[in-house]
Design a protein around this ligand. Structure first.
Ligand code: ATP
Ligand code: MG
Length: 688
């Protein structure tokens, strides 16, 4: 590999192959590049010792994993195929697929989704005589998840300390865990916790996995939580070949349990390692970098990092005030159109926002102007009721023990199996100590069911078992699903229930979406495709709030700041630069969150390579009322010579003028002629 494409500290990081290594450096300094090059170096330098399958690279999202893998294959050829690149959760799922039976789960376990989790919690609350309408099961779920990720079982706080929810959570926690296991499921957090248990409690498995994964690399280390660090430490074994890269200034997931201390205390967790700092920024031009440095410098507790670039000058950051959010969206769409006409590819443009709700006005304007775009995350696709029904069918077919999904579909579409019937069957199942399914199979032997109900239950059981066999025997899942939906009359029933024809179409589109995603899955998996792997794949994907977008590839990207981690675009619109949005509302009072908001702002700014717009509205409509808005405090931190204010009262319409054209022509020239050690031609889209 050509190590000349790296600067000296990057090279040092790439060539340090043994022992713990931390690369702590600012945004755009080439940390992710270090990871990919280090992997290629591992594969190249010691072909006889280090095999692709001995390398595990952990990324923050599935999307980042896919991109890194493609990059590796591009750089090192097909043998990079064997490198495992995935998120911590996907890695955990992989481990559990092989060995979860050692902890007493069935080998074919399912991953519970949030709906399943909430049902279990509500049931557990009811059994403890806690009113599940007075207390929000979601809050309990959040606390359970927090506990699992922090490695401490929920405890009731001492008198006068915690609130009701701490108490409720500690009361239902054990039941929740048992219920999940009883139905052969794990939750998302278990994908981290259970693998760690496997390694801790089973020395033979510890040997197996440490022998297999000898080289560990972790990107975005600043956003790991306790459970992930725990798993990483166990996997590292005695060799401790752990390379972690990250930036404490970009820790933006503390609300989900990320602990910035993991990176700050790296030396405590992996003593005796090496630390490398990178200071040259290759992504952004000077002005963007100046803005980013100035904003983040205001955070009190941070490791100071100086970043410089040899891409001097560059366009000033544009600070734009718009009369309202509609005008803000119109301005953005207009500028995007202009830049596309000037030759910036649509997929090198991003619109970033603090909350997903901000996307809508921009979407509308882009649609109006026929500018192709994709919205990353924030999709409620899998929350649609019909989609949930179809998925629940899959779950029942894949897992006999999944009683929650069974209850969801037993009378969908309506087949005359009512609540009374199911309650009685439940009672029998409890009394006899057997599963609900077992009881349903002999429904005709109970005489306390409503007239005719036993027969209907048997018919349903027969149908499910027939499809269970059918699905087990074919990898052509979408075809089997078509048949199933046909037989149960799912589409007609959906039509009959909908308030209008268009409403029905919308609902059925969701179902078609499921079929399309199944087909894609089948293509990818070939003869290995099974319902269970599909479901597990699905829960990994949706939890990361990502959606694969089919079709056109040159699109403007709309996404939240949180989703923009690690990515880069030539042109970035960072919108809603107002108090209450950036920093996000309700958080100003708490110093710690204000610091995280500042880090988010830093992440947003540092996504831009060339040109950055910071836009805001002076008025927003909230619940039908016009509310005046205050500019974000972060705007005040921008260095005066890094930005200009664009007057929006007189937006220029139409094609760009000569001055603008020349400016961009110059810019293009700059990118064609990189200075020594400087940036290559502006590579489109994503980080390597
Ligand atoms: P972030 O903190 O945002 O994740 P990062 O530190 O991971 O950023 P990269 O995405 O690896 O940074 O790199 C930023 C950009 O700089 C990429 O386009 C990358 O190709 C480029 N780059 C990194 N190192 C070099 C180098 N030595 N020479 C030329 N370009 C480089
Ligand atoms: Mg990166």
């Amino acid at each position: 590999m050509d190590l000349s494409k790296l600067n000296p500290p990057q090279r040092e990081a790439v060539e340090t192959l043994q022992g713990p290594l931390l690369v702590l450096a600012g945004a755009g300094s080439g940390k992710t590049r270090v990871i990919t090059h280090r992997i290629v170096h591992l594969l190249n330098e010691r072909p006889n010792h280090i095999m692709a399958r001995n390398i595990l690279a952990v990324t923050f999202t599935n999307k980042a994993a896919t991109e890194m893998k493609e990059r590796l294959i591009h750089m090192a050829g097909p043998r990079a195929q064997g490198v495992l690149v995935c998120t911590f959760h996907a890695f955990g799922a992989e481990m559990l697929r092989e060995d979860i039976h050692r902890l007493g789960w069935p080998k074919k376990f399912a991953i519970a989704d949030m709906g399943d989790q909430l049902s279990i919690i509500r049931r557990a609350m009811r059994e403890k005589r806690i009113d599940d309408r007075a207390f929000d099961a979601r809050k309990v779920l959040t606390l359970i998840s927090k506990a699992k990720n922090s490695g401490e079982a929920p405890q009731p706080k001492p008198e006068g300390m915690g609130d009701d929810y701490d108490l409720i959570t500690s009361m239902v926690f054990a039941d929740y865990q048992l219920a999940l296991k009883a139905q052969g499921s794990v939750d998302f957090d278990d994908l981290l916790v259970l693998p760690a248990r496997l390694l801790r409690e089973h020395p033979d498995l510890h040997r197996k996995y440490t022998a297999r994964f000898q080289y560990l690399l972790v990107d975005e280390f600043q956003d790991t939580n306790h459970a992930q660090l725990d798993l990483l430490k166990l996997l590292a074994g005695t060799a401790r070949n752990v390379c972690a890269v990250g930036d404490d200034d970009q820790c933006i997931y503390s609300w989900r349990g990320a602990e910035v201390r993991n990176i700050l205390d790296f030396d405590k967790h992996f003593p005796g390692g090496k630390e490398v700092r990178l200071e040259q920024n290759y992504r952004s031009m000077q002005r963007v970098l100046d803005a980013a440095n100035a904003v983040i410098a205001k955070n009190p507790e941070r490791k100071d990092k100086r970043m410089w670039t040899d891409r001097k000058g560059g366009p000033l950051v544009k600070v734009v005030a718009c009369p309202n959010d509609e005008e803000e969206a119109r301005f953005i769409a207009h500028e995007i159109q202009k830049h596309i006409s000037l030759g910036i590819p649509a997929d090198d443009i991003a619109v970033l926002y603090r909350t997903n709700g901000q996307a809508h006005p921009v979407e509308e304007m882009l649609r109006e102007k026929n500018i192709p775009y994709e919205v990353v995350g924030g999709s409620e696709f899998f929350d649609r009721s019909e989609v949930k029904d179809v998925i629940a069918y899959f779950k029942v077919l894949a897992n006999k023990l999944d009683e929650i999904s069974l209850m969801r579909i037993v009378n969908v579409p309506s087949r005359g199996i009512g609540d009374v019937t199911m309650e009685r069957l439940h009672a029998h199942s409890r009394a006899e100590g057997v599963t609900l399914w077992t009881v349903m199979r002999r429904a005709d032997t109970y005489d306390d069911l409503p007239a005719g109900a036993g027969g209907k239950v048997l018919e349903f059981v027969e149908m499910v078992e027939r499809y269970r066999d059918a699905f087990a025997q074919t990898p052509r899942l979408s075809e089997a699903t078509h048949k199933l939906l046909e037989e149960i009359g799912f589409r007609e029933a959906t039509r009959a229930k909908a308030v209008s024809g268009t409403a029905a179409d919308k609902k059925l589109k969701g179902v078609d979406g499921v079929l399309a995603s199944l087909e894609k899955f089948e293509k990818r998996e070939g003869p290995k495709a099974s319902l269970l792997t599909y479901l597990n794949r699905l829960s990994l994907d949706t939890r990361q709030e990502e959606e694969e977008v089919p079709g056109q590839n040159k699109r403007v990207t709309l996404m939240s700041l949180h989703a923009s981690k690690g990515l880069e675009y030539r042109l970035v619109f960072f919108i809603g630069m107002e108090e209450d949005l950036m920093p996000h509302g309700g958080m100003q009072g708490e110093a710690q969150n204000l610091e995280e908001e500042r880090r988010l702002c830093y992440v947003g700014i540092t996504r831009a390579k060339e040109l950055l717009y910071l836009t805001r509205s002076t008025v927003r409509v909230k619940r039908g009322k016009e509310v005046p808005r205050t500019p974000s405090r972060f705007l005040e931190d921008l260095p005066p010579d890094a930005f200009e204010v664009v007057d929006m009262d007189a937006p220029r319409q139409g094609p760009p003028d000569e001055k603008e054209k020349n400016f961009f022509a110059n810019l293009k020239e700059r990118f064609k002629k990189p200075t020594a050690g400087g940036p290559g031609p502006g590579t489109p889209g994503r980080a390597p």
